[in-house]
Design a protein around this ligand. Structure first.
Ligand code: MN
Length: 221
């Protein structure tokens, strides 16, 4: 009896997450590579960007949301993700949130001189969404959005919450997102990503007057 020869295992990238580049000085950017058996993601985020992006996740509607995030936040985002979409989109969407959160955490460094907190209310036609972000070092996601449809384009809408959960955990940020109302699911999801980007932009921005101060009475964030 001959043993069935299994195909040679393809050489996969090392499992784990690593910081390829981190500059918390003036440029404030970070590049993270994260590989698991479920997803392989590489992202480069610049806080002081121009809203330029190059994004590919294999989920077109999700790409659209990440593009909006970059543009409305004034960030530059280069992100390539390959995930096990043959199972479903869960790992890919959540892990992109994780990697983006890691990028923000690394790019902000010790957070000296940043606003730390930010908020925005974003209308998109009939949809209205609110975001409040505190880069407090304490992860928390408050998410309250009921989407009219389970799927928008090619994205499962329940995963929007998982994306922000991954982000909040890794950025160690308190993120509250509320959808106040919407008819269109496209508008609803889009309003949430836009308002989040603008709140994060405010929170991550430098306060010129207090640029040498820690925005916390603890002296640590
Ligand atoms: Mn749109």
């Amino acid at each position: 009896m001959s043993l069935v020869k299994r195909p040679a295992k393809t050489k996969s990238a090392a499992i784990g997450s690593r910081v390829i580049k981190q500059r918390s000085g003036k440029l404030r950017d970070a590049m993270i590579e994260r590989n698991t058996t479920e997803t392989q993601i590489r992202a480069h985020l610049t806080i002081e960007g121009k809203g330029r992006y190059q994004i590919s996740t294999g989920i077109r509607f999700f790409d659209h949301m990440l593009e909006l995030f970059a543009r409305h936040g004034g960030f530059d985002l280069d992100l390539q993700a390959t995930g096990d979409l043959d199972i479903d989109q869960h790992h890919t969407v959540e892990d992109v949130g994780i990697v983006l959160g890691e990028c923000v955490r690394e790019a902000l460094g010790d957070k000296r001189g940043i606003n730390r907190a930010g908020y925005f209310i974003m209308p998109l036609d009939e949809a209205l969404a609110v975001a409040a972000v505190d880069l407090s070092g304490r992860p928390y996601l408050g998410f309250n959005a009921k989407f009219p449809q389970r799927v928008v384009g090619d994205l499962q809408t329940e995963l929007v919450e998982d994306f922000f959960g991954g982000f909040a955990n890794q950025a160690r940020a308190n993120v509250h997102l509320k959808l106040l109302g919407a008819r269109s699911t496209h508008h609803a999801v889009e309003a949430i990503f836009k308002t989040f980007a603008r709140a994060l932009k405010m929170a991550a921005s430098m306060d010129e007057r207090l640029k040498s101060e820690m925005p916390s009475t603890k002296g640590l964030l």
